[in-house]
Ligand binder design. Structure first.
Ligand SMILES: [Zn+2]
Length: 280
């Protein structure tokens, strides 16, 4: 599964000190152009994927959402405001996810059943809120303990399929991490994909596929936009955001080639969840 979180470059947690939410409407939006790079990449490879879209973006770019859906991809929710769920009260979280789902469903005219939390910031209480809001699956569990922003789901014990759990009435599709000796390394995603040597990343992906027979990759649309404005927000944040942006697209082309060579199928997360549900 290839998955993409659709948000603009100035909406990321790393750049938040420079761009508080109140400033967003004054910013020139680049998200439609960067997402179209992703759509072209997928179209040229005949792959359908899942897009977790920020409600704030969907409200302002409805044509982009319709273009993603028209290309055969799954539309899912990334919440409305990109505030980390664990920093919201449960009431604020409930309002945020319900609003995001309503925005997408109004544009689409069909049900939205998947959710991914900004910064993978999630817990069991918030999963129950997602279920009550009508979601069927969540893909926010990131078991990499060293990142300070990621949430914790402590009740993931017995998977129904490798990397997949049933929790609080939802299906939870986790992001892969791989143990290398004593170290646990994220084997998916944006920052890590741009940071690691390509060969290491591909090795990790092969190991994940061999171990659990499924693999979920995530990236953000702004990671395909090497021409975005450069802002300094301190060493760590600036590095995490901007490192190797120009390499995202060429590396992704090569990763798709490698994934294709494994002989597997590319699925949307919704399709995968339906298959798991039917067989467990
Ligand atoms: Zn995000």
């Amino acid at each position: 599964m290839l998955t993409f979180d659709v948000e603009d470059w100035f909406q990321t947690e790393n750049l938040r000190p420079a761009f508080p939410v109140e400033s967003w409407d004054r910013m020139p939006r680049r998200v439609a152009a960067s997402t179209r790079v992703v759509l072209d990449l997928l179209a040229s490879n005949g792959i359908r994927s899942t897009f977790f879209i920020l409600g704030w973006v969907a409200e302002r770019e409805p044509d982009l959402i319709r273009a993603i859906a028209a290309a055969g991809h799954e539309i899912a929710s990334h919440g409305y405001s990109h505030v980390m769920p664990m920093q919201q009260t449960t009431a604020e979280f409930q309002a945020d996810v319900r609003r995001s789902r309503a925005v997408l469903e109004t544009i689409m005219g069909s049900a939205v059943t998947g959710y991914r939390a900004p910064s993978f910031s999630i817990d069991e209480t918030r999963l129950a809120i997602l279920r009550d809001a009508g979601f069927i699956y969540d893909s926010s569990r990131h078991p990499f303990g060293a990142h300070e922003r990621y949430g914790r789901l402590r009740e993931c014990t017995v998977p129904v399929f490798p990397g997949v759990y049933r929790l609080r009435g939802l299906v939870e599709v986790e992001l892969p991490v791989e143990r290398v000796g004593p170290i646990l390394l994220p084997a998916s995603g944006g920052g890590y994909f741009r940071l690691y040597p390509e060969r290491l990343f591909r090795q990790l992906v092969r190991r994940v596929i061999a171990r659990q027979r499924q693999y979920t990759m995530y990236l953000h649309s702004w990671e395909f936009d090497a021409g975005q404005p450069r802002i300094s927000v301190g060493l760590t944040r600036t590095f995490r955001h901007y490192n190797n942006l120009s390499r995202t697209l060429p590396r992704m082309m090569k990763l798709i080639e490698m994934l294709r060579a494994t002989g597997g199928r590319f699925l949307t997360v919704g399709e995968f969840v339906a298959e798991v549900a039917a067989s467990s």
